[in-house]
Design a protein around this ligand. Structure first.
Ligand code: ATP
Ligand code: MG
Length: 567
């Protein structure tokens, strides 16, 4: 991984990626009879993360844009690691992103029969052999990139013996690891992947779809390219690490193909993000070790985590679009992702009042039993979102840090003798406050209001610099608010040589605030509903929330609080 971090927000980007340009050219040349057919091939051994979204947007996006199709194909060649839970979550996440594979849900295991027949075919052509050596020996004989490999003593086994042994491997006669089937290519090839790669191994675990039908399973490299071929895939888009596998895929397809058709593989750079990591194995460790609450913990880079955090599919797609596709590995700045969700929620999220750290204010000249509804607009960015009424009364909560006993000169919020506007309501002036003598904590602030300053009712001519959000005490709803910070305090936690990524876990990545107060309109808010708590950020209702006890996740803070508020 390169150390380069791509922080550019508005970097100039060609209007189409190099991949899209290849597709355009292929279509122009009439290749594949003008067909475009892609696939997204997840291995069902974990939940999808934002890196996968980059592949999904490309695979489905290109098919969509050029009138083609995109298959969903589960690469379930390893019966040991895969689980049905993952298959369901993967489908849910792709749909959430807004893509549809229609009826084309396939599994590599659908092709086990065809792949087995192809292996038999290779044996018959003298292009594959059974090797009885243990894995370590085979691996040692592979040589190094600068040194040619050594041929296996079993390499020139007669075809009949290979056939007999391979059938018996599949019948379950031999132990796991005792024999493998290898393609017979070239032990001296400068490309290590061409040095007689293993194409089948014995595994005696039952498979979630084929049960105990098979005792031999194809290696990923033997399945992947052929599955593309069987499905008529025209453009096989994958990440850069597969570039060196391409000659092997090509060699295999050369043995298989019966016409000019072959899938075209094009590689692009993986998505890496600062302050997190994309390895499914490591993300699984975080879950299993209880370092996060689950795959959908809002701090996880998984799609279900981002969804729970309050990200919209549009914001994820926008982000993917912004970073683009290249041939160079880089790390993208997570703040670009935050920027994308802020932009999207700014347009969509209704504004509400929520107070995270409440301080009671008593408006001493306001009638004790009076409650009046004041009108506030729901989203200044979108008039169609209209306005709502919220109750205002003699006692309200404001944010504790919006009051200072001894403020510095540039403090435009509440302080003794100072005036502020309560958003949507009146201008109030602080007359006094009550402080707990023992703890030094301010318990109440006493203010007076100016009845001639009600928002929206002509101008009293009075202007103040600060505007505060607030919630009426009598109508406030209790809420729990979960604030998140980065899960790791290192930009590239998994990329540090000799250092365990766990060392970089941020101990303060979750802060739970109890006793927060929110306006009564949130009573009916449902999980995944999104709001802007004015001046505080974007918040999303958590799955743990119930009407009687609301729970919110902060998606992101607002960037430029004061500039926005005083506009
Ligand atoms: P593993 O970490 O187990 O090797 P993987 O991350 O490659 O797995 P797959 O389920 O095999 O996960 O990925 C499905 C597809 O998503 C592949 O085509 C892969 O290239 C792509 N993909 C995975 N991670 C990223 C990433 N960080 N950026 C872009 N594409 C990715
Ligand atoms: Mg993979």
């Amino acid at each position: 991984m390169s150390d380069e971090i791509n922080r550019g927000k508005e970097e100039p980007k060609p209007s189409v990626s190099f991949i899209e340009q290849f597709i355009i050219d292929d279509l122009k040349e009439g290749k594949n009879n003008g067909r475009i057919h892609t696939r997204f091939p997840p291995e069902p051994n974990g939940y999808l993360h934002i890196g996968h979204a980059k592949a999904i947007c490309l695979d489905f996006g290109m098919a969509q844009k050029y009138g083609g199709k995109c298959n969903l194909r589960f690469d379930d060649t390893n019966p040991v690691k895969e689980e049905v839970e993952y298959i369901d979550s993967i489908k849910e996440d792709i749909r959430w992103l807004g893509f549809d594979w229609e009826e084309r849900e396939f599994y590599a295991s659908d092709y086990f029969g065809k792949l087995f027949d192809f292996a038999i075919d290779l044996i018959k052509k003298g292009l594959a052999y059974v090797d009885d050596q243990p894995a370590e020996v085979i691996s040692a004989q592979k040589g190094t990139p600068s040194q040619p490999g050594t041929e296996s003593p079993f390499r020139n086994r007669p075809v009949a013996e290979n056939l007999d042994l391979f059938y018996r491997m599949n019948e379950g006669e031999f132990d796991e690891g005792s024999r493998v089937l290898r393609a017979k290519i070239d032990m001296k090839s400068p490309n290590m992947h061409m040095r007689d790669p293993i194409i089948y191994r014995i595994l005696k675990s039952p498979h979630h779809r084929t049960g105990d039908k098979w005792n031999v399973y194809p290696m990923y490299d033997f399945a992947h390219g052929q599955c593309d071929y069987f499905e008529g895939i025209t453009h096989s888009l994958c990440t850069l690490e597969f570039e060196v596998h391409r000659p092997l895929y090509d060699w295999l397809i050369d043995q298989l193909k019966t016409s000019d058709y072959r899938p075209r593989q094009i590689e692009f750079n993986r998505l890496n993000l600062t302050y997190t990591m994309m390895s499914k194995r490591k993300l699984l460790e975080l879950v299993q070790e209880g370092r996060v609450s689950g795959w959908d913990d809002p701090r996880m880079p998984t799609l279900c985590g981002l969804r729970r955090r309050g990200y919209t599919p549009e914001s994820v797609r926008k982000f993917i679009d912004l970073i683009g596709y290249t041939k160079f590995e880089a790390i993208n700045d997570v703040s670009l992702l935050e920027h994308a969700v802020r932009d999207d929620l700014n347009l969509k999220a209704p504004r509400v009042f929520g107070v995270l750290d409440p301080l009671k204010v008593i408006i001493t000249n306001y009638p004790e039993d009076k409650i009046e509804d004041v009108e506030v607009i729901n989203n200044p960015e979108d008039e169609s979102m209209d306005s709502r009424k919220i109750p205002f009364g003699r006692e309200i909560f404001i944010e504790r840090d919006d009051f200072m006993e001894e403020p510095p000169s540039k403090f435009f919020r509440l302080a003794p003798g100072k005036e502020v506007r309560l958003k949507g309501a009146y201008i109030i002036k602080c007359e006094s406050f009550r402080k707990n003598k023992d703890t030094g904590i301010i318990e109440e602030v006493h203010c007076t209001y100016d009845p001639g300053t009600k928002s929206g009712e002509g101008s009293s001519g009075k202007k103040v610099k600060g505007t505060l959000h607030w919630v009426a005490v009598r109508y406030a709803l209790d809420a729990e608010v979960r604030l998140y910070d980065r899960l790791f305090d290192h930009e590239d936690p998994a990329g540090q040589k000799d250092e365990d990524y766990r060392k970089f876990l941020n101990p303060d990545s979750l802060k739970i605030l109890k006793g927060c107060k929110v306006e009564p309109s949130l009573q009916s808010a449902k999980p995944l509903d999104k709001f802007q708590f004015q001046r505080l950020g974007y918040f999303c209702v958590d799955y743990d929330s119930t009407p009687g006890s609301l729970v919110f996740n902060r998606t992101v803070s607002l960037k430029d609080t004061w500039a926005k508020m005083n506009k």
